[in-house]
Each structure stands twice: as structure tokens, then as C-alpha cells.
Ligand binder design. Sequence first.
Ligand SMILES: [Fe+2]
Ligand SMILES: [Fe+2]
Length: 164
Amino acid sequence: MAVTTIEELFIHELSDIYSAEKQLTKALPKLARAARNPDLKAAFETHLEETQGQIERIDRVVDLLDTRVKRIKCAAMEGLVEEGKEVIDSIDAGPLRDAALIGGAQKVEHYEIAAYGTLCALARQLGYTEALKLLKDTLAEEKATDEKLTRLAEGGGNAQAAAA
Ligand SMILES: [Fe+2]
Ligand SMILES: [Fe+2]
């Protein structure tokens, strides 16, 4: 990764999260199928739709800046998705697996929140005003998803797992 300027760093970070979002569009349907709590299933399905919109926002940022994303693979997301697969392989469907899926999903959201937070800071520094608005919209969605997952964990999901 030959990055020598802040503009190049922005494109590198944008390309990394683009890869992460693409990987998630493949993983989220599997997570939805693996969940038993209908609210958790619905949360994964809703976030899949949001994720598709987030990819479109990255496409718009790329158009605005008249550039293109680099073909890189987000290794962190690859690892987080792999951990999700391990949860599905090692825990039978039910409240315990749901609790583990929520934990894994929150690790994903925290990664994305960090990534979009960094991109917003770089966009602000570079004066990319229109791009910044789009990135802030996605950051807000990621934070809302994280909060929804916290409510699912605290609102009975994990208590059911403890009782099972
Ligand atoms: Fe996302
Ligand atoms: Fe997300």
C-alpha cells in the first residue's frame, strides 16, 4: 500500500470499507438465517438493505471525487465474518447462538463506526463537503444499528440464553 498523501489515505480507507460492506452483503443473509429471535432476524435483514444503500453512497463519493476505489480486501472484515461462521458451526440454533451472533454483529458495527469516523475526519480535513454528508449518514446508520443490537441483547435475548 503506497500511500503518501492524505488524499491517498482517504481513498485507501474508502476502498477498505467498500470491501468490508461488500463482504457483509454476502454474510448478512447467512446471519439472518442462523438467528432464531425474529427481532434479530429482522435486524439483520434491515441492515442488509442499509448496507446496500451504504455501498451506493460510497459509489456516489467516488463519483463526486472523480476517482475510483482500489481493489483491496478488508482483512479485518474477513476475520469478523469468519468468526460469525465459527459461531454458527459451534453453537446450535437458539438463544445462546443468538447472543453470540449479536456479539459478533456488534464487533462488526464497531469496526465500521471506527472506519466511517476516520473517513469523516479525513473528508472534513480535505474539504470534501458533499462526501462528508454522505459518510455522516452512513456513520449514523451504523451507530443506530449498534444501539439496536444492544437493546436486543439487553431486552431479553441474553436472559433467554442464560435460562436455556
Ligand atoms: Fe455498513
Ligand atoms: Fe453495519
